[in-house]
Design a protein around this ligand. Structure first.
Ligand code: MG
Length: 226
């Protein structure tokens, strides 16, 4: 059984800044921070981003504030996405359609988005039905921990251990490559998001693609391992 875990932002879709915009709107309108300072989001988890956003804007992190923030953020994200100029990235639709027809292949997510945020983003672009489970950014500030949670969830769902040669992570930042390595996965990196080729090369992914239209050699490799 091959298992492929996809990152979302910069790998499957671009949201035209809707996510960061929604974060800042909530800080301003609901948390009373007049001119909120943005924080890095590429390759980060929602838990990590909100902790850093609170710190950068003088808000003390508590579980209650995190819950309140996220419920407002998710409402805001939905409306921001309808206005944003987001799009599905090149090759994604064709690749998912093809992978979804293969037997003995599990398609999941490994994303820093909280689960509901991931659903909202994938629904916006009609991609949610391709994916089963995976790991999300609800509980872990660090992406490597999301990866460990994703592997555990998939193994529990399938009722079997995943062998390392049949586990793949696909992402757009060095943090995606690193978290793939943390769970013994092979990694495909794409230059369609937060990092370019020069950023990604040092992390030494197994495949480094300009975008997912270039996926044939990788698909051949998956077939060999199937
Ligand atoms: Mg990403």
């Amino acid at each position: 059984m091959n298992v492929i875990l996809f990152d979302i932002d910069g790998t499957l879709i671009r949201c035209g800044g809707a996510g960061l915009h929604a974060l800042l709107v909530v800080m301003r309108e609901e948390f009373g921070v007049e001119d909120p300072q943005p924080v890095p989001v590429h390759g980060c988890t929602d838990q990590g981003i909100v902790r850093e956003l609170f710190r950068a804007n003088g808000v003390t992190y508590t579980e209650d504030r995190w819950s309140k923030f996220m419920s407002l953020y998710l409402e805001c994200l939905e409306s921001e996405l309808t206005r944003s100029k987001g799009h599905v990235l090149p090759g994604v639709q064709t690749l998912l359609e093809s992978l979804s027809k293969q037997r003995d292949l599990y398609l999941g997510l490994l994303t820093g988005n909280v689960k509901r945020g991931a659903e909202i983003k994938l629904d916006r672009f009609g991609l949610r039905h391709y994916f089963r489970g995976g790991g999300f950014g609800d509980h872990h500030p660090l992406r490597d921990d999301v990866a460990r949670a994703a592997r555990k969830q998939v193994e529990e769902e399938l009722g079997q251990k995943i062998s390392e040669e049949s586990l793949w992570v696909v992402g757009d930042t060095p943090a995606d490559v690193q978290c793939g390595r943390a769970i013994g996965a092979r990694v495909v990196a794409v230059c369609t998001g937060g990092s370019d080729r020069a950023d990604l090369e040092p992390s030494a992914p197994d495949f480094l693609l300009n975008d997912l239209t270039e996926c044939q050699a990788w698909l051949d490799e998956i077939q060999r391992g199937a």
